[in-house]
Write a protein that binds this ligand. Structure first.
Ligand code: NAP
Length: 332
């Protein structure tokens, strides 16, 4: 049985990657900064050398998902860039020393599509413009570039998976940075949607992409974008409202004027982060993953509904205040 090390085993995507690997007959070890239910974990932090050699020892492959992904802007870019870049190099060095066969790195469309002035469909040939990128895309771009440089010098077999905005069922009651958009709409902690859009993808399909990136021989040396069509948050709200408002939820379907978002940004760090993306229509192509990995993606509507249902099941969304009214659209 082949053994895979999954770094950042406590994370949203990692939980699904671990489940996908186990379902396909792999043994899994994880790294984390704390214990993780049901996973054999070696303690390791991206900012320290301790633990990485032990973690990778005896593993055939590595999936490096760990990287800081906070909901707000950090005080300095280095808070994200240093753990992302230095941590990636620590993991890759340990992988080479242990003779692993392949490393799959969880990069992002944030390493592809950020900071470009011209709006066009981006592919794996594109790299985000670091000088015009906020801290998180900067950290992902610099970490992925460092990984490719290292792979070239060391001969390590590397594949990157570059997901869009990852949604889908939560495995633990932790609202992550990407799922918080659905949470804000379902819990109505925002009155309306700002003009912000994303390229969503289901976490279960992202996990499958990681496995395919590991198993497909020709994938070595390649980046793979996995994401769907661009969708404004307001369009996501419309899908959720149609499904859940008849059940008594009050998903807001209106638009938040950008002038109000600017006011909110004065005291709210998530609103401040959102300002960086206002009005931008990001578009990427996942054709390469479809063609070379045989990857497929479920409909975004299913992903949104499954995300919301898992938030409800985990008790993260307040119960509806009034009983559902049959026959009403329930829209607000
Ligand atoms: P997540 O749930 O926040 O997972 C991030 C993981 O990284 C956690 O396990 C976290 O550990 C770990 N981590 C952060 N800083 C660390 C450090 N200094 N040392 C060791 N571990 C550290 O987020 P996620 O959405 O699953 O993201 C996983 C990966 O996917 C990241 O590389 C992210 O950039 C990438 N990605 C995410 C999305 C998305 O929309 N969610 C899209 C594209 C790419 P703790 O639990 O200890 O904090």
């Amino acid at each position: 049985m082949e053994r895979v090390l999954v770094t950042g085993a406590s994370g949203f995507i990692a939980g699904h990657v671990i489940a996908e690997l186990r379902a396909h007959g792999y043994a899994v070890r994880g790294t984390a900064r704390r214990s993780v239910d049901g996973v054999d974990v070696v303690t390791a932090d991206l900012t320290s050398d301790a633990g990485w050699a032990e973690a990778v020892d005896g593993c055939d492959h590595v999936m490096h998902t760990a990287s800081p992904f906070p909901a707000g802007s950090p005080k300095s870019d280095d808070e994200l860039v240093r753990p992302a870049v230095d941590g990636t190099l620590r993991v890759l060095r340990a992988a080479v020393d242990a003779g692993v066969k392949r490393v799959v790195l969880t990069s992002s469309v944030a390493a592809v599509a950020t900071g470009h002035r011209e709006e066009k469909v981006r592919t794996e040939a594109d790299w985000s413009v670091v000088e015009r990128s906020p801290a998180y895309p900067k950290s992902k771009t610099l970490a992925e570039r460092a990984a490719w440089d290292f792979a070239r010098e060391s001969g390590l077999e590397l594949v990157t998976v570059n997901p869009g905005m990852v949604l889908g069922p939560l495995l633990t009651p932790v609202i992550g940075t990407s799922t918080q958009v659905v949470h804000q709409l379902m819990a109505r902690t925002v009155p309306a949607s700002p003009k912000i859009g994303f390229v969503p993808v289901d976490v279960r399909d992202v996990a499958t992409a990681h496995r395919l990136a590991l198993e497909t021989p020709q994938a070595a040396g390649n980046r793979y974008i996995v994401a769907g069509e661009h969708m404004w948050v307001r369009e996501m709200a419309a899908v959720l409202a149609e499904e859940f408002n008849p059940r008594g939820y009050r998903v807001p379907t209106g638009s938040l004027p950008t002038s109000l978002l600017r006011v909110a940004a004065l005291f709210d760090k998530t609103a401040r982060l959102a300002l960086d993306f206002v009005g931008r229509r990001e578009a990427v192509s996942a054709d390469k993953a479809r063609g070379e990995l045989g990857w497929t993606m479920r409909p975004v509507r299913d992903t949104l509904i499954d995300t919301a249902n898992s938030l409800i099941e985990l008790g993260l969304v307040p119960a509806p205040r009034k009983p559902a009214v049959t026959g009403s659209s329930g829209r607000s």
